[in-house]
Design a protein around this ligand. Structure first.
Ligand code: DGY
Length: 430
C-alpha cells in the first residue's frame, strides 16, 4: 500500500506545473474543472497547500456571472484542440479579460473537494482562510447554475454540451447527436490533436467532434448569452450525474457555511430541492434506475450508464430505492463478484454500442467507481464498496495509472500517468 501511494503521489508531482496540476502530461496540458476537484481530493492527503492552490487557480478564472469554465488555458502549453481562438470568450462581457478559458462547465464537485480539504487539513487556520476565500466563489458558481441553467425553477439544472457532462462520447448523447444533422456548410473545419497522442480507437469519433465544435461555435456566436443559447441549442439535458454532484456540493457548502458562521439553511434547502427533483423527474420506478432527461424532445434518455447509479453518492434515494439500485447493479452487467470482469464499466456491457476501449462507451473509469464506492458505503453496502475498492487497486497495481481501463482485460487506455486516477487512489488508500 505504501508503495502504491508513493507511485500515486509521484504522478501528481510530475503533473504539477507550479500553479496547477495537469490532468495528464500530454493529452490534457491545461487545467480542467472537474479534474481539478478530483485532483485536490488526492493532494489533500499529501500536500494541503497544493490541494488549496489547485482550486484557487481554477476559481481565479471564474467568470463574472459565476460560471466556472471547464478549461483554464495555460498560455505556456501547446498542442490542444480546441484552444482559445475557437472559444472566443471575449465575445462574452462576463468572461475574464486576462484569462483564456473555455465557455462550458463541468460537474460541480468543487465545494465537496473544498470541504474534504478542510476536514483533512493539518494546518487548520490556513484551511479556514482558504474556505473564507473560496466560499463566495462557490456560492456564485452554484447561483449561476440555478439562475441560468434552471430557468423554470424545477430544481434541476441543464447541461448544454456533451463536454459539460464530463462523459463526452457516452451513448447517452447518440440520439441527440443523430438529430443534429450537419450540412456540409455547417461542418466546422479543424485539426484534432488528441488522436495523435493516444490511440484513435480510444477517443471520440470525427462525427462526434464535428458536433462538439459546432456547439462551441454556436455558443460563441450567441456571445455566451444563455437566453439565446437556450433557444438555439439542440443539446439541453438534465443529467443525473451533474445534478447529483450539485446536490452533494450544496450539502458540503452548507457545512462550509457553518464553519464560517454563515447560515447553512439556504444551502441545505437547495440540496433538498435538487434531491426531490432528481427523484421526481429522473427516477424510473419500474426500471429502478435514474435516467437523464432530454429537454429538446421532452423525453427520458433510456441509456444505462454507471452514472445512473451515482445518486447514492448524494444520499438522494431512500433506503428502498437504494436496495433496488444495488440489486439492479448486481443483476446487470455492471457489477460482478467473481472477477471475470473489472467492475464497474462506464456503460452497460450488454448495451448497444458498448466498446471496452472507447472513452465513455464502456471502459472502467476510476472517478465513477470512486463515487459508487462512497455511495455504497453510505447506505451500508460495505462489501460492495470494498469489492469495488479492490478492483481499483488491482487495476492500478497490474496495469498502471491510466485514464480508463478495458473491463475484461484490465489493460489501460487513453492517457497514462492520469492525475485523477492517482488522486483517487490516494483517497481510497488513505
Ligand atoms: C477532451 O478534450 O477530450 C475533454 O474531455 C473535453 O474537454
Amino acid at each position: 500500500t505504501a508503495a502504491l501511494r508513493e507511485q500515486a503521489r509521484q504522478i501528481l508531482e510530475s503533473n504539477w506545473t507550479g500553479r496547477f496540476t495537469r490532468p495528464a502530461p500530454r493529452l490534457y496540458p491545461h487545467q480542467w474543472s472537474w479534474d481539478a476537484a478530483f485532483i485536490a481530493l488526492g493532494w489533500a492527503h499529501v500536500d494541503q497547500k497544493r490541494a488549496q492552490q489547485e482550486l484557487r487557480h481554477l476559481f481565479r478564472a471564474q467568470w463574472r456571472n459565476g460560471l466556472v469554465p471547464h478549461i483554464v488555458f495555460d498560455r505556456r502549453a501547446r498542442g490542444y484542440f480546441p484552444g482559445p481562438q475557437v472559444w472566443e470568450t471575449h465575445r462574452c462581457p462576463h468572461a475574464p479579460a486576462r484569462k483564456a478559458t473555455s465557455g462550458v462547465v463541468q460537474p460541480p464537485l468543487h465545494a465537496t473537494a473544498a470541504w474534504a480539504i478542510y476536514q483533512q487539513a493539518t494546518d487548520r487556520s490556513a484551511a479556514r482562510a482558504f474556505l473564507e476565500e473560496l466560499f463566495p466563489k462557490l456560492v456564485a458558481w452554484h447561483d449561476y447554475l440555478f439562475r441560468e441553467r434552471d430557468p423554470q425553477g424545477e430544481g434541476l439544472v441543464y447541461i448544454r454540451h456533451p463536454w459539460e457532462s464530463g462523459m463526452d462520447n457516452a451513448p447517452l448523447w447518440d440520439g441527440i447527436e443523430q438529430r443534429m444533422h450537419l450540412n456540409p456548410s455547417d461542418r466546422p473545419r479543424y485539426r484534432r490533436v488528441d488522436t495523435m497522442l493516444v490511440a484513435e480507437a480510444d477517443r471520440p469519433t470525427g462525427a462526434e467532434y464535428d458536433r462538439y465544435v459546432y456547439l462551441v461555435r454556436l455558443f460563441a456566436e450567441a456571445g455566451y448569452d444563455e437566453a439565446r443559447i437556450r433557444e438555439a441549442c439542440p443539446f439541453l439535458v438534465q443529467d443525473v450525474l451533474f445534478n447529483t454532484l450539485l446536490c452533494q456540493a450544496e450539502q458540503d457548502l452548507a457545512e462550509i457555511a457553518s464553519v464560517l458562521g454563515e447560515d447553512p439553511e439556504p444551502f441545505r434547502q437547495r440540496a433538498r430541492r435538487v434531491a426531490e427533483a432528481v427523484n421526481r423527474c429522473l427516477w424510473d420506478e419500474q426500471r429502478a434506475l435514474y435516467f437523464d432527461y432530454d429537454l429538446g424532445v421532452s423525453q427520458r434518455i433510456w441509456v444505462r450508464m454507471a452514472a445512473c447509479f451515482t445518486p447514492l453518492f448524494a444520499s438522494i434515494p431512500d433506503g428502498l430505492q437504494a436496495a433496488r439500485l444495488v440489486s439492479h447493479l448486481e443483476a446487470s452487467g455492471f457489477f460482478n463478484w467473481d472477477g471475470s470482469r473489472y467492475s464497474v464499466p462506464s456503460y452497460d456491457p450488454n448495451g448497444l454500442g458498448f466498446s471496452p476501449v472507447q472513452y465513455w462507451r464502456g471502459p472502467v473509469w476510476i472517478n465513477i467507481n470512486w463515487l459508487l464506492i462512497e455511495g455504497l458505503a453510505r447506505y451500508g453496502y460495505t462489501e460492495h464498496a470494498a469489492h469495488l475498492c479492490r478492483t481499483v487497486r488491482l487495476l492500478v497495481e497490474r496495469h498502471g495509472f491510466y485514464e480508463y481501463y478495458h473491463p475484461y482485460t484490465g489493460e489501460g487506455h487513453g492517457s497514462e500517468q492520469f492525475s485523477w486516477t492517482a488522486a483517487l487512489v490516494l483517497d481510497l488508500l488513505a
